[in-house]
Write a protein that binds this ligand. Structure first.
Ligand code: UT7
Length: 336
């Protein structure tokens, strides 16, 4: 087998978004923003907000059950659960343990992966490596986020708040005998020098002396903070780079790729990346209009929608790529 033979493939996928739709106009009633500004700068038209019944683990369960059913395996065959989330149900333990309990799978390995917008790609790469090594056979990979309970709904937070939505996506990864079908390569990167360009400072164990929670609300350090321009610039540089890297690693050319499923942070970023690479617009998936940025869930939701509407079929060569907080960036190439 060559170095980039597939060992694992996507057996099933699904997503769940909460039913409550929040339009740009709805947000403009709460904060100083407008539908026009949000659409022009980001492409977002609406997003979903969850309620108490749709915690990250609860949404993950709904997506997971559907993905496992589609995979055609019994739930009890899942031996590993990987959950990517920057908005976990609780500080600890990880959401993977809460999800495992909901699914009724005591004893399965559970791991939370803290990689924000690249969380799903880091998790898929981990699942692939676990299967390749014989550590796992069927891995449930989930990206799930409830952003709406952690956003700053004052005018000060408007640059970040308008971008994010809630949702979950699940992917079941299992072994393959066909070296040409499945994950062909992953490229994972990070640069911690950018850690504070997109972060939520509090609460955190690095803060001494102990601070009363109300002070974190007073200085707004409990809300996500972003240097939007810096993130935009780095995304437009690193995503095309990592796409070229994963193609070089596998020997494929951009023309061979049937579809690019990028992280959904800003439609302008993805249009710019498509243009830089010379990809025709119909080969780049956008669904940010309907969901906003759902961080670890976004690639999973877009991937599943593209499978459902026929843009991804048996044999399709699909690139997934993301950039986000950390900074982290990643790409995966998969043949369906
Ligand atoms: O998945 C995580 C990764 N995140 C990203 O990839 C986000 C990357 N960054 C971006 O997408 C863009 O930087 C934003 C969409 C966040 C912002 O767009 P921008 O063109 O960089 O705007 P800006 O921050 O430079 O702000 C331009 C103006 C400012 O007003 P002045 O100073 O020109 O008067 C802001 O105060 O827009 C104002 N502004 C808003 N106006 C209405 C900022 N946020 C808003 C808002 N509504 N929500």
């Amino acid at each position: 087998m060559s170095r980039h033979s597939a060992a694992s493939k996507i057996l099933g996928s699904a997503f769940y978004v909460p039913p409550k739709i929040v339009t740009n106009d709805d947000l403009a009633e709460r904060i100083d923003t407008s539908d026009e500004w949000i659409r022009q700068r980001t492409g977002i038209e609406e997003r979903r907000y969850s309620g108490p019944e749709d915690t990250p683990a609860a949404m993950a369960e709904k997506a997971s059950r559907k993905a496992v059913e589609q995979a055609g395996i019994d739930l009890s065959e899942v031996d590993t659960i990987l959950v990517a989330s920057l908005s976990p149900d609780h500080t600890f333990p990880g959401t993977s343990c809460f999800l495992q309990d909901r699914l009724g799978l005591p004893g399965t390995a559970c791991m939370d992966i803290r990689n924000q917008c690249t969380g799903l790609l880091y998790s898929l790469a981990t699942a692939d490596a676990f299967i390749r090594s014989g550590q796992s056979k069927y891995v449930l990979v989930v990206g799930t986020e409830v952003h709406s309970t952690g956003l700053d709904f004052s005018d000060e937070g408007r640059d970040v708040t308008v971008l994010f939505g809630d949702g979950a996506a699940a992917v079941v990864v299992g072994p393959t005998e066909d070296p040409d079908r499945g994950f062909l390569a992953h490229c994972l990167h990070a640069d911690g020098r950018g850690a504070k360009e997109l972060w939520t400072p509090s609460p955190g164990s690095s803060v001494f002396p102990f601070r009363a929670p109300e002070t974190m609300f007073e200085d707004r350090s409990v809300y996500p903070q972003m240097n939007g321009r810096a993130v935009f610039k780095h995304a437009c540089t690193h995503v095309p780079e990592v796409i070229q890297e994963v193609l070089q690693k596998t020997g494929y050319a951009l023309d061979d790729v049937d579809l690019l499923v990028p992280h959904q942070a800003n439609m302008r970023i993805n249009e710019m990346i498509g243009k830089q690479l010379g990809l025709p617009p119909e080969k780049v998936v956008h669904n940010i209009q309907r969901y906003g940025n759902t961080t670890a869930a976004s690639i999973g939701i877009a991937l599943h929608e593209a499978r459902e509407d026929g843009r991804i079929q048996e044999g399709s060569l699909v690139l997934m790529a993301a950039f986000g907080s950390g900074f982290t960036w990643a790409a995966s190439l998969v043949r369906f």
